[in-house]
Design a protein around this ligand. Sequence first.
Ligand code: ZN
Length: 208
Amino acid sequence: MPRLDDLKLNNLNWSKTKTEVDPEFFKRLENQQSPEYLWIGCSDSRVPANEIVGLDPGELFVHRNVANLAPPQDANYLSVLQFAVDVLKVKHVMVVGHYGCGGVAAAIDGQRRGLVDHWLHPIREVHAEHRAELDAIEGDRPKLDRLCELNVIRQVRNVASDVFVQDAWARGQKLAVHGWVYSLSNGLVTDLGVTINSLEGYQEALDG
Ligand code: ZN
């Protein structure tokens, strides 16, 4: 049984450093969190949400799963989304995919893996819908990377179509849903420019 001593020591040092820089840091966080952002990202260990955007504990509400999906029937995702929108009143939701996503690749490589094949089903739908565009792209990697983008765009639409989000817009709450893709090769995030921030914007995204 590993004792994980290194990790515990790291934790001790981290807590000490935080407290030295800001003695009230943990006391403040203990009493409340008021993040303005909800991050819906991939579980991939190379895409650490807070670190990428330079935010401290308390500043980013996070939901991660394989291939950064926002499935309308997933109680875990929905619970996070409702809490973020209705209780925390976050101002921004970002769906953050990443190029070279193993989850996205696994969705379409034809191999059987079990339960995850069902989880990845929405990506196969996106793939089927954009078959012509994807087939026209030369090379497996550029094809995969475009599918990663298309998946993000679809998940942004899923979030925007959710009743919690639509009700928030209907009552005048400020809320924007963004689609980003992170590059493992240089650590940079690209905004896909598919932000939806109103009921009208959602309708336009559907029509477009
Ligand atoms: Zn991934």
